[in-house]
Design a protein around this ligand. Structure first.
Ligand code: GGG
Length: 349
């Protein structure tokens, strides 16, 4: 068996972490009796600056033949973020119907949380972020630029299909895990889209009588991710709220450098995409100290999605064991002074 994976290392530390992670995926494949072939696409802000586009016009057609995509990071200090995101990351998520974004926030053994009294194993949250619509729908406009009557409109779009899909995926996960699901909205202020979202959660919940549903407004949820993260299990929320909550989840579990994510097409008609939650981090680009583990864990989620569960678990466990070992190398975000390559090399041993 051989899988064909598209690599989009992207900007900043993206190439560093993808290049560090890939040998580990190859090693996991070799140890579990399958092959991985890769094609590298040097799409990103350098391309935008040279050619005026983050990726080619037929970029999605090119990616469509691959079994999965591993992406590093997008974003560049010289280019506005809405250009880099809307030029690469978001067209892939939307074009490939990757409506289910799964983002675990786990406090691994051996990792310090900035929160007092928390130890490894105390936090294990799985956020289901709606990934193709909501506040990220590219609907709106800007008129009368520069005049006193200038106006900008940015609409959020919630479809029954999209909302039911993410909500159902979250209920399925809650059923397999603790039976507890937190539904995060802002339905006190947003009486259309968010109340619609709550209605869908209520409807779908009838199919899952054993799942207990907690409702939280996003402001309270943000506070509670810091105040009582141990009480969360599966969380479901809209695109923007998921983006924000998973950054909080990453930081309370020790580092952005440990947060993986999966962007899944539930219909399996297109390749799904896997990426670390972190961005391009130009402040440390070129220093060789970016933490590769979020990308390795994203690679584990990729293998799992391809059906290679044993290899995926082995890779995940290798990261977990490395973090639990106080003598193992660590990058500076985890309080160490090791390089990206040293962490990856230690994992490969
Ligand atoms: N690792 C991908 C990346 O660079 N993400 C940066 C980012 O700003 N993402 C926004 C989002 O996920 O919505």
């Amino acid at each position: 068996m051989s899988y064909d994976i598209a690599l989009i290392p992207g900007d900043g530390i993206g190439p560093t972490v993808v290049d560090a992670a890939m040998p580990l995926l190859h090693a996991a494949a070799a140890a579990h009796g399958f092959d991985i072939e890769t094609t590298r696409y040097d799409w990103g802000t350098e391309r935008y600056l040279n050619e005026g586009a983050m990726m080619p016009d037929d970029g999605l057609d090119t990616l469509a033949s691959h079994d999965a995509i591993l992406l590093g990071a997008v974003g560049h200090p010289d280019v506005p973020d809405h250009i880099t995101l809307n030029g690469l990351l978001l067209p892939i998520r939307k074009g490939f119907d990757q409506s289910i974004c799964k983002r675990p926030a786990i406090l691994f053994d051996g990792v310090d949380s900035p929160l007092k009294g928390y130890e490894g194993g105390d936090i294990d949250i799985l956020v289901f972020r709606e990934n193709t619509e909501g506040e990220y729908a590219d609907v709106g406009g800007r008129e009368h630029r520069g005049f006193a009557n200038e106006v900008a409109v940015q609409s959020a779009v919630y479809t029954r299909r999209g909302t039911e899909r993410i909500v159902r995926a979250a209920f399925d996960a809650a059923t397999e895990r603790s039976g507890h699901l937190t539904n995060v909205t802002k339905s006190n202020a947003q009486a259309h889209g968010m109340v619609f979202w709550d209605d869908i959660v209520d409807e779908v919940s009838e199919e899952y009588p054993d799942v207990e549903v907690e409702r939280l407004l996003v402001d309270a949820a943000s506070m509670d991710f810091i105040r009582r993260p141990h009480e969360f299990d599966v969380v479901v929320c809209s695109n923007l709220f998921g983006d924000i909550l998973t950054d909080i989840g990453a930081i309370v579990t020790g580092s952005m450098g440990l947060a993986p994510s999966a962007n899944i097409d539930p219909g399996n008609d297109h390749p799904s995409m896997f990426e670390p939650v972190h961005g391009s981090a130009f402040d440390i680009t070129g220093e060789g100290v970016a933490n590769p583990l979020a990308t390795v864990l994203s690679g584990s989620m990729l293998l799992d999605n391809l059906g290679e569960e044993t290899a995926a678990t082995a890779l995940w466990d290798a990261v977990s064991e490395q973090l639990a070992d106080s003598d193992a190398p660590r990058t500076p975000d985890l309080g160490g002074d090791s390089t990206t390559d040293a962490v990856a090399a230690d994992l490969e041993e």
